[in-house]
Each structure stands twice: as C-alpha cells, then as structure tokens.
Design a protein around this ligand. Sequence first.
Ligand SMILES: Nc1ncnc2c1ncn2[C@@H]1O[C@H](COP(=O)(O)OP(=O)(O)OP(=O)(O)O)[C@@H](O)[C@H]1O
Ligand SMILES: [Mg+2]
Length: 252
Amino acid sequence: MTFEIENVSKTFVSNDDGEEVHALKDINLTIETGKFVSLVGPSGCGKTTLLRIIEGFENPTEGTVKDNGEIVTEPSNERGFIFQNYSLYPWLNVIDNVIFGLGINGKPEKESKKRAMEYLKTVGLEDFAKRYPHELSGGMKQRVAIIRSLINDSKSLLMDESFSALDVQSRHKLQKLVHKICKEQNKTIIFVTHDIDEAVFLSDEIILLSRRPGRIKEIFEVKMEHPRNREDKKFEELVSEIIQAIDELEDN
Ligand SMILES: Nc1ncnc2c1ncn2[C@@H]1O[C@H](COP(=O)(O)OP(=O)(O)OP(=O)(O)O)[C@@H](O)[C@H]1O
Ligand SMILES: [Mg+2]
C-alpha cells in the first residue's frame, strides 16, 4: 500500500487578521500501490492542499499521511510532483531538461538521452530536442515539463491539473503515456483534475470532495477495461453521473 491518509484536516490562518480558512476536514483515504486515483471537486475545495500535504510541502493541522508506512514530513524523491505552473531550466536545451533528474541519480547520459528521445517522440517534440525553452510555445514547454517528471523513476507521481493548458491531441497522447508508464512501472498516481472525461479515462478510482472544507463526498470506482472508449455508453454514463454529483454540490 502506498498512501494512508488518516484523519487529515487543514486550517490556514491568515498572517494579516488571524482569520481561519478550513480547507480540509477529516480526510481518510487509502491508496494502494500502482493505483491511479483522481481527485475532483469544486474550485477551492482543497484538492491542491491535499496533494501538497501528501507530497510533504505542507503539514496537516490534524492527522497524518503515511507513504509505505512512513509518516510524511517533507518532500521526497520517491514522490514526483508536477505543478500547475512548473518551469524548465532556461539554460538547458529540451533534452537536457528532460534528463536532468536522471543525471542527479547517476544514470548514464547516453541511455538517458535515448529514453528521453522516445518520450519526446510520443508527444511530437523529437525535432525540438536541441532547442531552448524560450524557443518553445507554452504547450510545448508543458509537454517537456511533464515528460521530465514521467521519466524519473519515482514510486509515485502527484499531478495537479497537469494537462489543463494542453490542446486536445497533446492531452490525449499524454493521458495514454501516463497510463502506460503507471502500469509498466506500477507507479501510484494521484491526479487532480477538473476534466471529468479525463478522470474517467484514466482512473481506477475517482474521489469527489465536497465544497470547503473539503471532505470525501463520494468515491467512484471505474471498472472499465483499458484502453477505454469515450464513446462507450458506460463511459458516458459515468461522466454524467459525476458531473451531476458536482453540480449538486455547487447548488447546495
Ligand atoms: N497557503 C495558503 N494560505 C492560506 N490559504 C490557503 C493557502 N493555500 C490554500 N488556501 C485556501 O485553502 C482553500 C483550498 O485551496 P486549494 O488551492 O487547495 O483548492 P483547490 O481545490 O485546489 O481549488 P482549484 O480547483 O481552484 O485549484 C482555499 O480557500 C484557499 O484560499
Ligand atoms: Mg488547485
């Protein structure tokens, strides 16, 4: 089992006026190794906060997070994290950005570059390996940043709306790539998204959080075989069911 989230609550206190924001309340969740779990829910319900607590960027006000039995107190290389606004190293070209983390971990450069080229190919960036970040479009930079995180052999990967700024084709390609890597390497993925279609396409489980303070409102298990077909009736029905559950939260 990878993650055990026990009674996690988070209250932020403003430095300005001491006012409190209750972001999360009593979150209990177990995420098994190799599972793909999505977190969905209304804006401001605490999804990013929960992801940052699981990574160790933020401490919970109450409760604990365990990663393979060890209480999380700080970030670790075992857990990759893809930010919404990540940045590339401007002084390195695309391929050197992609293999940067592998170099730190002592992997041979030639092998790393070969693997990086395969990854770049899947997102149509093989011709841009020698270009520098300022020579890329926004979506291209995002693809490079995602690949840089995917190529590292972390045991888990926490992703915060990582595909939100991509065009549909790149998004679909990256969804498939992430799914393939997750299954091949038995990586655990926690994936925050507003895109319910994306969540149903990828996830083993979809966790719906309530409005702030975020609590677990409902857990949807997705039992369809991969690769999933968006035109499938079962697929469409589950997407509608989850969207309706979110609409009901917003209305109340
Ligand atoms: N560092 C912080 N200091 C104070 N309040 C914070 C901090 N980070 C988050 N919050 C508050 O916690 C609540 C949850 O924020 P969070 O970013 O986790 O929401 P979210 O579900 O990721 O929303 P979105 O879907 O819009 O990204 C919000 O009310 C936010 O203002
Ligand atoms: Mg967020």
